[in-house]
Design a protein around this ligand. Structure first.
Ligand SMILES: C[S@@+](CC[C@H](N)C(=O)[O-])C[C@H]1O[C@@H](n2cnc3c(N)ncnc32)[C@H](O)[C@@H]1O
Length: 467
């Protein structure tokens, strides 16, 4: 018989776990992964599923609440998968994030770190992001209260996917992650498209017109909207974009994509410029950056300044430093380091990002950087030393999956004296450090909180070649 539906009483929540979950322990000493709780709570749970030998539960009755708790501020909390730690005090979030990094390094990867520096807090806990991506869905989530209250429903929704439901979104009225003005844009688009009978995308039968909406707003004050459609219904597309442009003339860049693939990724699709310019500008540590619709850019600009300042400090630049910046994106790390380096080479696989990186360097009158497009796995090897220069410092900032084992093996072969590893995922960073510790000592580690009210943490590590 399956475990689904079984109730376990008096589960004490003892620690945080991955993906916003927590670890719970029953009176018999059994361990569970529990959602929507905080360490210190004591709850009865109902089991949902079992995966890799561990049972997952959801709380159904609370016996006592943790001292780490606080009241969530967002109406969508609990349903939306976004800010899962809104019920936890900010000081506790920082404490647990720091612990997440230490546990990954010490307990899982068994990596010795000479110095853990204190986590850098984010002084802006609301509206701190510069980009959000919404989904239009033919089927939004209906709450129990709505079903009890109403007899007919508008099923279309524009919002965020609900964890575990590929085809349903929670319809968002107000999101605290991106400047409040963006709530006006999103709600107006939803009202207009519903009034005008636009079809929202149905993930089950792959039908519909409207698919996704990306909104970017920079601290520099610029705004970009990217509409992603499924059908190429030129008349309806033009009607919506014309209406939007007239209603919100302050938006600097309005673009669209027709994505007829089965998956939502538009990175391999053509972007059409409807109005304004094909990029917007952000400022970070005194440098300006062009950001296109497909470019990766750190999503919390102000905290990215902190992150890059730590990265720069750990790189110990001396004005003559020759530096490689792997996974450079639009060159933001390279550019922020250029004033204290002799030469920098940035490598990135997205061509548009590299075009922007070159433009960014030029816009900031920087002439000692060079950027190349290519997969680090294929392009990063000793031949770059002959073609460009041999680096004394290497910065690596890979995506969440971390570095490919072959890239780590190459780093071990190349023996670059100092490396700085920036990561948004302590588990994969710990895995890579365990391999690198064959030849490198891990001198310093410092976490930076880029994403308050979520369990995500960014971490910077300094490595030195063992003598
Ligand atoms: C975490 S981002 C870092 C970007 C940049 N350092 C910054 O802070 O803005 C990772 C970047 O790596 C790029 N990327 C992912 N896999 C790659 C690969 N195999 N080779 C080269 N670039 C890659 C992504 O496109 C993305 O721009």
């Amino acid at each position: 018989m399956g475990i689904k539906g079984r109730v376990v009483q008096d589960v004490e929540i003892i620690d945080i776990a991955n993906k916003g979950m927590s670890l719970g322990k029953s009176a018999e000493g059994k361990i569970f992964l529990v959602e929507k709780v905080v360490p210190g709570d004591v709850v009865d749970i109902k089991l949902i599923k079992k995966k890799k030998g561990i049972a997952f539960g959801t709380p159904i009755k609370t016996h006592s609440l943790s001292q780490h708790r606080e009241k969530p501020f967002c109406d969508h909390f609990g349903l939306c998968g976004g800010c899962k730690w809104q019920h936890m005090q900010y000081a506790s979030q920082l404490q647990f994030k720091q612990k997440l990094v230490k546990d990954a390094f010490q307990r899982i990867a068994k990596v010795e770190v000479e110095e853990y520096q204190p986590i850098i807090a984010c002084d802006q806990s609301h509206f701190y992001r510069n980009k959000l991506e919404y989904t239009f869905a033919a089927k939004r989530w209906l709450t129990k209260e709505e079903i009890d209250r109403e007899t007919t429903f508008e099923r279309r929704g524009l919002g965020f996917h609900i964890p575990g439901f590929f085809d349903k979104v929670v319809d968002i009225n107000k999101c605290y992650l991106l400047d409040d003005k963006h709530n006006e844009y999103r709600n107006a688009v939803r009202d207009f498209t519903i009034e005008n009978e636009y079809e929202y995308f149905n993930q089950t039968n792959h039908q519909g017109l409207l698919r996704n909406l990306m909104i970017r707003m920079t601290d520099f004050g610029e705004k970009m909207l990217l509409f992603i459609f499924f059908k190429n219904d030129e008349q309806k597309i033009q009607k919506l974009l014309n209406w939007f442009q007239e209603k919100f003339p302050e938006v600097d860049s309005i673009m669209y994509v027709v994505n007829q693939k089965r998956n939502d990724s538009y990175y391999d699709q053509d972007v059409h410029l409807f109005k304004g310019k094909p990029f917007i500008v952000e400022e970070l540590l005194g440098n300006k950056f062009k950001i296109g619709p497909k470019s990766f850019f750190q999503t919390n600009t102000r905290q990215a300044s902190q992150l890059f300042s730590v990265t720069k400090e750990f790189a110990e630049l001396d004005g003559k430093t020759k530096l490689f910046d792997l996974y450079t994106g639009v060159g933001s790390i390279a550019i922020s380091m250029a004033d204290q380096c002799e030469s920098i080479l940035g490598i990135e696989e997205v061509e548009e990002a590299i075009i922007n990186a070159e433009a960014n360097a030029a816009m900031n009158d920087i002439s000692n950087t060079k950027f190349i497009t290519g997969d680090v796995l294929e392009f990063f090897d000793e031949s770059l030393f002959e073609k460009y220069f041999k680096p004394d410092v290497l910065v690596t900032d890979p995506p969440r999956v971390g570095m490919h084992p072959k890239v780590v093996a190459r780093l071990l072969e190349l023996e670059i004296p100092t490396m700085v590893y920036v990561s948004c995922n302590p588990s994969t960073q710990a895995r890579d450090l365990a391999l690198l510790s064959e030849k490198y000592k891990v001198c310093k580690s410092r976490a930076v909180d880029m994403f308050p009210y979520t369990s995500h943490v960014e971490n910077v590590v300094q490595l030195k070649l063992k003598s």
